[in-house]
Design a binder for this molecule. Structure first.
Ligand code: HPA
Length: 280
């Protein structure tokens, strides 16, 4: 994808908040938007006013960029995202991610709701994502490469940054917040998976299943943003539970884990900001 939309959106944001220099970007997944309500000195811009940003069609995914401070640290927070299943293609978040990079963000903390493939990791659990498996029928960077953001071919080694994850784990331990680790597998949705598909995914090595995350992470790694991924388990995956899977349940259970997630993100951002450069 080669166009100037990310530059245009970055200019719009700079015009509205000329002195605002975010250090970190945060994407809030389904039902996790309340973190943005706790930001200090916050102002928001609807995705519709930002070139290249998607206008999400899903309930629970209000699309706005919130600029403000978390524990005194300037962050740019995407409240809502768009998904492959909405029909825009896997590159739907690429321009928004590049805008965050252009604003000066050094890292992307991406959150999402997910189903758990491990019965011991129950609804309401937080999971640090260690790696992913892309089973979407596409990837975000198909088409001409935009060399201004990154190279044509690039590595996905350490895509979910080990050093940052170590800090996240230490932060969780200090706050006495339980944090699991696992591999996230992306499915296209919008249907939840069948029980047979979940059995296949377990064989493939997945711990979590969801319908987002992967396109943003690939786009972020391409343009050099370091990534931390945190999933909120909203349900046990199909076949591991007799509870029927619904989007309402996703939103309700995401809200259940919000207190811990908000505390974790606050403390993590604070720790990161204490160092002049983010530890490698
Ligand atoms: N499957 C896919 N996506 C999800 C799930 C699930 O079980 N739960 C939350 N997002």
């Amino acid at each position: 994808m080669v166009n100037d939309l990310a530059f245009e959106a970055a200019q719009t944001i700079r015009t509205r908040r000329p002195d605002f220099l975010p250090r970190a970007a945060i994407i809030l997944g389904s039902g996790l938007g309340s973190l943005a309500d706790r930001m200090e000195d916050a102002s928001s811009i609807g995705f519709g006013d930002l070139a290249g940003f998607p206008v999400s069609t899903v309930q629970g995914h209000a699309g706005e960029l919130v600029l403000g401070k978390l524990s005194g640290v300037p962050v740019a927070c995407l409240k809502g995202r768009a998904h492959y299943y909405e029909g825009y293609g896997a590159g739907v978040m690429t321009s928004a991610v590049r805008t965050l990079k252009l604003l000066g963000c050094e890292l992307l903390l991406a959150t999402c709701a997910a189903g758990s493939l491990r019965v011991e990791v129950e609804a309401g659990s937080l999971v640090a994502i260690t790696d992913h498996i892309n089973l979407l029928p596409g990837t975000p960077l198909i088409g001409p490469n935009d060399d201004r953001f990154g190279p044509r071919f690039f590595s996905m080694a350490n895509a979910y940054d080990q050093a940052l994850r170590d800090i996240l784990k230490a932060t969780a331990a200090a706050k006495q917040i339980s944090l699991h680790e696992g591999v996230y597998l992306a499915c296209p949705g919008p249907n939840f998976e069948t029980a047979a598909e979940i059995r296949m995914m377990r064989t493939l090595g997945a711990d979590l299943v969801g319908m987002s995350m992967v396109p943003e992470v690939i786009s972020a790694r391409h343009c050099g943003l370091r990534v931390v991924g945190v999933a909120v388990v909203t349900n046990l995956a199909e076949g591991l539970t007799t509870v029927a899977l619904t989007h309402e349940q996703t939103l309700e259970n995401a809200a259940m884990a919000t207190t811990d997630l908000v505390a974790l993100i606050h403390a993590f951002v604070q720790r990161i900001a204490q160092s002049a450069t983010i530890p490698t």
